[in-house]
Write a protein that binds this ligand. Structure first.
Ligand SMILES: [Zn+2]
Ligand SMILES: [Zn+2]
Ligand SMILES: [Zn+2]
Length: 150
């Protein structure tokens, strides 16, 4: 599991470049999410974090930490499922694009796409013709993943 160790190190480096701090608790929440390797609700995350800790975190702190991690693009929120997932580009040096997700209905695996936002800009154009402003331009598509497809 060198993968998420690298991700944590990158997150730490990015934080110090941005002049902020990845505190122990922030790191704990991010590590838990990376280890889980799936989307978790805030509630599940609180439980998981506290399972392995002798210093339990109140749910409110976990929520605040999640907001911080989201703002830094280390974590994304799936609005449709109301769950959180670790960004797959934490260790990447490229600029983060608008996150888009494929969500499997059967195994609930979530894949983050790194493609362009063309699909979305046509939605945006169509929406603006109806005078509708997109507040959350995040695409979340449900379906069946390669492993579940029969
Ligand atoms: Zn991401
Ligand atoms: Zn990347
Ligand atoms: Zn699946």
């Amino acid at each position: 599991m060198t993968d998420f160790k690298e991700a944590i190190e990158s997150a730490e480096r990015k934080c110090s470049q941005r002049g902020i701090k990845l505190t122990r608790r922030r790191r704990e929440v991010l590590t838990t999410l990376l280890e889980a390797n799936r989307a978790l609700s805030a509630y599940e995350l609180v439980n998981l974090c506290n399972e392995s800790s002798n210093e339990p975190m109140p749910a409110m702190s976990v929520y605040r930490i999640l907001e911080f991690l989201r703002a830094e693009q280390f974590v994304h929120k799936l609005e449709t499922a109301n769950k959180y997932i670790a960004c797959k580009h934490i260790a990447c040096e490229h600029e983060h694009k608008q996150p888009q997700f494929l969500i499997c209905n059967d195994c609930h695996k979530v894949q983050e796409l790194d493609t362009a936002v063309e699909a979305l800009s046509s939605v945006e154009t169509a929406a603006s013709m109806l005078n509708f402003k997109l507040l959350n331009p995040q695409l979340e598509v449900s379906g069946s993943c390669g492993l579940c497809k029969t």
